[in-house]
Design a protein around this ligand. Structure first.
Ligand SMILES: Nc1nc2c(c(=O)[nH]1)N[C@H]1C(S)=C(S)[C@@H](COP(=O)(O)O)O[C@H]1N2
Ligand SMILES: [Mo]
Length: 240
């Protein structure tokens, strides 16, 4: 996998995309924000909509599939693991069965990507992040959480206060189905009140830290506090 990892800030596929899209397509995604170009052109890679452009059409509808890496290993119930460590009393590695055995919460809210597309009324279901943090026993010195992914590249962050909100899930299901590989399965983060880039796909690590460590897109200029409608220079209706 290492040979396929992008350098930070320079996702795999950049040259491929600049080559295939051509200038006409680039014009569509250029204005008005830089993030839009960064994410749609440089960051989108796999899935049904490799350019991300249909998300900018009025009735594009539905989800775009995003990955900052060119390929991501498949993980199943047999080999999936989620490690919780850092400033906790009881570090632990969960299997998928372990996560399924914990209390599940289902929420139905809109999903909003910072590039503009929105998917209304999307069910997500899983274990509250706050519950996993309680089980781990967060230490007094803790202030933030760092999330890592088994794609080997993506990361995200939340403050501890944010992470304790009831509308943040370690999600096992999306649209009332087990989360498939393209949507970040078998386990992804779901941060309902924030832009969808906070919802890290292919979640493999939750590390409790003493300060916020900005995530993948945050290094490239996205807001760390990514409240929908109150960040990234956007005014979308809140999702939670
Ligand atoms: N590991 C990982 N998680 C990720 C991303 C990514 O590229 N890699 N993209 C983010 C962005 S910008 C969005 S909009 C959503 C897209 O989720 P989807 O592919 O299920 O539509 O995933 C977020 N989580
Ligand atoms: Mo996004």
């Amino acid at each position: 996998m290492n040979s396929e990892r992008p350098e930070e800030g320079r996702p795999v596929g950049r040259r491929v995309f600049l080559g295939t899209l051509g200038l006409g397509a680039l014009g569509v995604v250029t204005a008005p924000v830089l993030q839009r170009v960064t994410e749609s052109v440089l960051g989108t890679f796999s899935g049904k909509d490799p350019t991300g452009l249909t998300g900018l059409l009025p009735n594009g509808g539905g989800f775009r599939y995003y990955s900052v890496t060119g390929s991501v290993p498949d993980k199943t119930a047999a080999d999936y693991q989620l490690k919780i460590d850092g400033l906790v009393d009881t570090p632990r590695t969960y299997s998928l069965a372990d996560l399924r055995a914990l209390p599940q919460t289902r929420m139905v809210k809109d999903v909003q990507c910072v590039t503009g597309w929105r998917v209304p009324d999307t069910p997500f279901e899983g274990v509250r992040l706050s519950h996993l943090l309680e089980l781990a026993g967060v230490r007094d010195s803790a202030r933030a959480i760092r999330f890592t992914c088994f794609d080997g590249a993506y990361s995200e962050s939340l403050t501890l206060d944010q992470a304790r909100r009831p509308d943040i899930l370690v999600a096992l299901r999306m649209q009332d189905k087990d989360i498939g590989h393209d949507h970040g399965g078998p386990v992804r983060l779901y941060v309902a009140p924030m832009y969808f880039y906070k919802s890290a796909k292919w979640l493999s690590g939750i590390t409790v830290t003493d300060k916020v460590q900005p995530g993948y897109w945050e290094h490239l200029g996205y807001d760390v506090d990514a409240w929908v409608g109150r960040s990234n220079g956007r005014d979308d209706a809140p999702t939670s």
